[in-house]
Design a protein around this ligand. Sequence first.
Ligand code: AHR
Length: 340
Amino acid sequence: MRSKKKWGLAITLAMVMLVSTACNSSNGASGTNQASSGGDSGSTPATSKTITLGFSQVGAESGWRSANTKSIQDSAKEAGYDLKFSDAQQKQENQIKALRSFIQQKVTVIAFSPVVESGWDTVLKEAKDAGIPVILTDRAVDSPDKSLYKTFIGSDFVEEGRKAGQWLSDKYKDAQEEINIVELQGTTGSAPANDRQEGFMEVIGSNAKLKVIASQSGDFTRAKGKEVMQAFLKAHKKIDVLYAHNDDMALGAIQAIEAAGLKPGVDITIISVDAVKDGMQAAADGKINFIVECNPLLGPQLMEAVQAVVDGKEIEPRIVTEETTFTSEQAKEALPSRQY
Ligand code: AHR
């Protein structure tokens, strides 16, 4: 009886050891992937099963962009993908170089957020010829050949512009005199700059009192937003409204407005896009009057799309991000639980 019990114990122990050895070896593999996830380049060689994702980011121009980068790096790590991340510093030529390098490295999937809309056809054809699927995130390209990429995941920027325009039109629906608007555009030629302007103009066009008196690019950065707003203030005596294509430019402009002895949000009504924490804080403080949300947390949706493409599953050609808007009061309420 006693020797039967001993044998039973010995067999159970042997099984536990076998299972634990198997688990350790699979953890070892995913540990390797995790170490390379989110790194700048030169990550550990992928095993045959590892998905290698080449991602070319626009740059680090705004709070939105930093949150977007973090979302992509965190989600790739969680999915166990080998992420090759490249920062283009707002330059198309750097992105084209990065895409070509991903093609050379034979990554499984390429994803990128194109800094501008035009000029991608050649490199996208090169990826297609190499049999590497491409996914667009955040910003679109204007290539007529939609077979050059699998899907485009991101916001509807035209709709964002419409929401900004609608709020302004409603605010000034009974205006008796002309309302002078200055516009801080995003990066010239980029999808959000083109589309946010288009949507805004489409809506305010129906209110004859609303006039855009000046419009210039602030390249989506705080420094440029401040610089261009200073020039607007010098050139125009009466500015009623600032429409900024993102929070960072609005925040830079607020510094210029305050330096000119004016009260942002009171003397000049301010509308912006993004709803990142600093923008929401300015809204809660009454310095920004209305923010249209643009959600940067695209990482989880991107990783799902990558997996679907690798598995050969059908994928929607356009995946639109859900977004909302915030008045100052709503920003105050939402701020404590804001993720980015
Ligand atoms: O493409 C999204 C835009 O790019 C964000 O609104 C802006 O902040 C960013 O730089």
